[in-house]
Design a binder for this molecule. Structure first.
Ligand code: BGC
Length: 722
């Protein structure tokens, strides 16, 4: 097989000695006897092959025990500093080791195509270059600790509505230019595993997509690791095995998982003859009724168990394919030192990890508006308002939920930092987060009616009496459901408006999973976007509010009214008859807004600083390195993010190209009154386009590289001839 992985002598020797049954036991998960891991693959004692434990990701290590709860991935991307992704990856790797886990089910890196997607907080950006650099950073970090990283969900998993059924109808060029590059970057960074998506791509399930798995991933990109399904995301035996899936997860049914209480003998429990025989199926789905709500079917965990052995014996699945499935898994087991039991011990919740979680939260905070009220003076009398002002926003619902050892709420963070008086008036009933179960059962978002003391008038009165009012608002999001609107839930907009009317020094701190509509943004003095900041919420937001940290973040997604996004057309989202047309093509995110000339509320790359920067003339050296001097002309130290966007020459045959595409960026700390030369190496893929016949092609002609502060605030340009 051309796409088979290379085998070390040791792996080849093990393969020779494994029986058919033993090989098959390494192609599907089972119940974790310790009940701790998200996923578990038993070892083969006889040959010294160890068991493998897999844990979610991507916001921290999710097991039964606590771990550092990092900010949402979108907050990490908002730092525009991939080195922080590497550091977070390393920290998660160390924590995984300490929790006895071998594989992290992270990073999540799907492109943010749909602003409503309930999992946008687990992903990075609407831009492939930005997403790719963060994905690569997290992968290299996790793996530097000898833990396997699992980029997910491959590919075009861009919505949660009907996630197990919807087919992304997308052409090859768009896949290659937008949806695949971040996965390619993760693979180039050495990812040892990869998780397929639930959805279909052009009618074929991701878990059995031979073209994408065998031709592109394992063939063109030389991916050496193993491909696992998402949980209950395998749909057929022959199609999946032949299509390139190497490991079915979780490999047991939900009932088996629940019945196990950590000790079940799953292998003894897998012969339920009452079930329809799993096996080769047709595409599209034969079992649409089971998947009526478009969610994965937790009753099917057995496609790769006895059935796979039977099909290998009958020749319907070639034995060479089974061998490659196993060789891929064993290759990673060997690479991370598990065959020799030769690994580090790791550590959890260290001072270094706590500081990193706080730094990412602060550097990922985006200052959307500021009329000068921020940073606050130390002695200001402040009232803190908001439904969840006494809670750290850890993340959205679903598989990424991480429970930390320590956390600080906004109230705790500001009280610890302020010298002036701090009062608290929530002004709105608590907004409950939604969980995966709520999403599946259709519940959630119900107010618990036990909060008699919540009074908007009291908050407004307190705001009128304070120097500054800071209002904390939030959205709710979870895996398995999309947000039904981009506006804030319940009456939070009314709360902000009432407070702003009482105090013209009102600051709003928004915790959201992705883009939100902020109808009052011009009536308040400042707006901070903090995303889901994780365990360090309070400390990080206090550091930014009081100017100990410059708000370092820039938007990795465009903010606009929901009707202005290309996905406002229901054919595109959520799709019709379980098909979502990606016929907006390359015009996703800022590419769409730039091409149509529609002004977004806040453009991609936007974010203010407390300092002020002046850009010098840009220059280009070598093939594609751009230099620009950035002077901090204020009296405060500051953090600037320099961005480079490429406009390509006209392509032949009137082939459409987005007006400008992000090709490079760099975050730089510039002390007050000083100047730094920033060097940006442009990503070659941003110059190229994908051609169906020629593959990646860079057209001849003049490329213009615009250098600036945001996708719309461009300060200078240079040209590159190709
Ligand atoms: C999610 C994956 C996750 C898996 C295991 C699925 O529901 O889509 O991202 O890794 O569960 O928890």
């Amino acid at each position: 097989m051309e796409d088979a992985t290379e085998r070390s002598e040791r792996v080849a020797d093990l393969l020779d000695r494994l029986t058919l049954e033993e090989k098959v036991s390494l192609t599907h998960g089972a119940v974790d006897p310790e009940g701790n891991a998200t996923g578990y693959v038993p070892g083969v004692d006889r040959l010294g092959i160890p068991e493998l434990r897999l844990a979610d990701g991507p916001l921290g290590v999710r097991t039964e025990k606590p771990a550092t709860a990092f900010p949402a991935s979108i907050a990490l991307a908002a730092t525009f500093e991939p080195e922080l992704a590497h550091e977070q990856g390393r920290a998660m790797g160390r924590e995984a080791l300490a929790r006895d886990q071998d594989v992290m089910l992270a990073p999540g890196l799907n492109l943010i195509r749909v602003p409503h997607n309930g999992r946008n907080f687990e992903y990075y950006s609407e831009d492939p270059v930005l997403s790719g650099r963060f994905a690569a950073g997290v992968v290299s970090g996790i793996q530097s600790e000898d833990v396997v990283a699992t980029p997910k969900h491959f590919v075009a998993n861009n919505q949660e509505t009907h996630r197990a059924e919807v087919s992304a109808e997308v052409d090859e060029r768009v896949l290659r230019e937008l949806y695949l590059p971040a996965f390619r970057d993760a693979v180039e960074a050495g990812a040892g595993a990869l998780m397929t998506a639930y959805n279909r791509i052009n009618g074929t399930y991701a878990s059995e997509h031979r073209h994408l798995l065998r031709e592109v991933l394992k063939g063109e990109w030389d991916f050496e690791g193993f491909v696992m399904s998402d949980w209950f995301g395998t749909r057929h035996t022959v199609d999946a095995a032949s299509g390139g899936l190497d490991l079915q997860m979780p490999g047991v049914t939900m009932a088996e998982l629940q019945a196990s209480d950590g000790t079940a003998d799953v292998d003894g429990a897998d012969d339920d003859e009452g079930d329809a025989a799993p096996g080769e199926g047709d595409n599209p789905p034969e079992g649409l009724d089971q998947f009526e709500d478009g969610m994965p079917d937790p009753d099917r965990g057995d496609y790769f168990r006895d059935e796979l052995a039977r099909l290998v014996e009958s020749g319907e699945v070639p034995e060479a394919r089974l061998d490659d499935m196993v060789a891929r898994l064993l290759g990673q087991v060997e690479r991370v030192g598990l065959l020799d039991g030769d690994r580090g011990e790791g550590s959890v919740d260290t001072p270094e990890h706590r500081a990193l979680a706080e730094r990412i939260a602060a550097d990922g905070t985006v200052l959307l508006e500021n009329d000068g009220v921020l940073p606050l003076s130390d002695d200001a009398d402040v009232v803190l308002i908001g439904p969840n002002v006494d809670e750290a926003m850890l993340g959205g619902g679903g598989s990424s939920e991480t429970e930390p050892v320590v956390l600080t709420s906004p109230v705790e963070g500001v009280e610890a930092r302020a010298d002036g008086e701090v009062t608290v008036e929530r002004g709105h009933e608590r907004v409950e987060g939604v969980t995966l179960l709520d999403a599946i059962m259709g519940g959630g978002e119900e107010d618990e009616d036990d909060e008699g003391d919540v009074d908007r008038d009291a908050a407004v009165e307190a705001a009128a009496a304070a120097d500054v009012a800071v209002v904390f608002v939030r959205d709710t999001a979870t895996e398995a459901a999309d947000r039904d609107a981009l506006s804030l839930p319940e009456e939070q907009d009314e709360l902000v408006e009432a407070v702003a009317a009482a105090n013209d020094r009102t600051v709003v701190a928004v915790s959201s999973s992705g883009p939100v509509e902020l109808p009052w943004r011009e009536d308040v003095a400042a707006v901070l976007q903090t995303w889901y900041p994780g365990q360090a919420h309070g400390d990080a937001v206090a550091a930014v509010l009081y100017g100990d940290e410059d708000p370092g973040g820039r938007l990795p997604v465009t903010f606009a009214p929901e009707s202005d996004y290309p996905t406002a057309d229901e054919r595109r989202y959520p799709g019709v008859d379980r098909e979502a047309s990606y016929d907006e093509g390359l015009l996703v995110g800022y590419r769409h807004f730039d091409a149509t000339g529609v002004d977004p509320t806040y453009p991609f790359g936007h974010g203010d600083s407390y300092a002020e920067f002046r850009y010098g003339d840009a220059e280009v050296t070598g093939d594609r390195t751009v230099h620009v001097d950035v002077a901090n002309v204020s009296d405060r130290d500051g953090r600037e993010v320099v961005q480079a966007y490429v406009a390509a020459p006209d392509a032949p045959d009137d082939l459409e190209r987005p007006p400008r595409e992000l090709a490079g960026f760099a975050a730089v700390e510039v002390p007050a009154g000083e100047s730094e030369t920033v060097e940006l190496t442009l990503d070659e893929s941003a110059l190229g386009r994908y051609d169906g016949d020629e593959g990646w092609t860079i057209d001849d002609g003049e490329f213009t590289v615009h250098v600036g502060r945001t996708s719309r605030d461009l300060r200078d340009s240079v040209t590159i001839e190709r």
